[in-house]
Design a protein around this ligand. Structure first.
Ligand SMILES: NC(=O)c1ccc[n+]([C@@H]2O[C@H](COP(=O)([O-])OP(=O)(O)OC[C@H]3O[C@@H](n4cnc5c(N)ncnc54)[C@H](OP(=O)(O)O)[C@@H]3O)[C@@H](O)[C@H]2O)c1
Length: 270
């Protein structure tokens, strides 16, 4: 069995690669080759493709590497992603397009390149890593939410379309998971709020549920699924949360550019 994990150089992707190492031959994809090579060595060998997934030739490069090294693909985990926080009137359309290029377009383009191989290897599976932010939007992260809503909607449709071809499509929607890109320090530093933050290992287990155990969608931590229910049943409540009137401390940061913007507009959630 062969599994490809994008964003395998850190966080949820790295934990997923570790989780799958005992049962799958791995293809590790991200930009930081040194990290991928170190992980491959630690796991006893893996195919490494160091590539920027937003580059024009990325899908062809990844497909060629998988074809020549393995000739099959049983599991594709579209996990690579990032968030740059800010208001629409600060970052404008380009801020939205930047998120879409990495968090949506890159997943769609890679899936298109690998789908023939996945169908040939069926039964096989695709897991798309969206976010709770792909079910509910908050201020200052509209561009990120747009990309994750798009990924969730597209995944649900693909799930229905690919059944006939033996390719299961599962969706993972993480809430707060402590990683390099999403450190959630404001939560982890407060004992009363620490429990809200999950681990990359638990997110990796959710990927296994959505990929190998046939779940159509999986929240991590699981109670975050209630947010999707609340969005339908009590949208007013979520608007209060979004405005910061309830749970104003549910905040996190995501890397250098995000931190730069924090002082002005407050931190970003999931
Ligand atoms: N952690 C959370 O709280 C949380 C919550 C909801 C959703 N998520 C989603 O979970 C996924 C994984 O995030 P994470 O928390 O594990 O963050 P992370 O530790 O920052 O990992 C992100 C991964 O994506 C890769 N990546 C970023 N840009 C890339 C590019 N242009 N081309 C190729 N690879 C790229 C990074 O590798 P390189 O830098 O080496 O390229 C890294 O391996 C993301 O899609 C994120 O939106 C996370």
């Amino acid at each position: 069995m062969v599994a490809l994990v994008t964003g395998a150089s850190s966080g949820i992707g790295e934990a997923t690669a570790r989780r799958l190492a005992a049962t799958h031959r791995l293809v590790l994809v991200a930009r930081r080759e040194d990290r991928l090579q170190a992980l491959a060595a630690e796991l006893g060998g893996a195919t490494v493709v160091a590539v920027d997934l937003t580059a024009d030739d990325a899908p062809d490069r990844v497909r060629d590497a998988v074809e020549s090294a393995h000739g099959r693909l049983d599991l594709l985990v579209n996990n690579a992603g990032a968030a740059w926080r800010g208001r629409f009137d600060e970052h404008g359309a380009e801020g939205v397009f930047r998120h879409m290029r990495l968090n949506f377009d890159a997943q769609v383009r890679l899936t298109e390149a690998l789908l023939p191989l996945l169908r040939r290897s069926a039964p096989s599976a695709i897991v798309n890593v969206s976010s709770v932010a792909g079910r509910i939007a908050r201020a200052n992260s509209g561009a990120y939410s747009a990309s994750k809503f798009a990924l969730a909607g597209w995944s649900e449709s693909l799930h229905l379309e690919e059944r006939a071809h033996g390719v299961h499509v599962g969706l993972v929607l993480p809430g707060y998971v402590e990683t390099e890109g999403f450190p959630a320090r404001e939560l982890t530093s407060r004992p009363l709020l620490r429990w809200i933050v999950s681990t990359p290992e638990k997110a990796a287990e959710a990927v296994v549920d959505a990929g190998l155990r046939g779940k159509p969608e999986r929240y991590v931590p699981r109670p975050y699924g209630l947010i999707a229910v609340a969005r339908i049943l009590a949208p007013w409540l979520l608007r209060q949360v979004g405005r910061g009137r309830i749970g104003a401390t549910l905040t996190t940061s995501t890397g250098a550019e995000l931190s730069e913007a924090e002082g002005e507009a407050g931190p970003r959630a999931y």
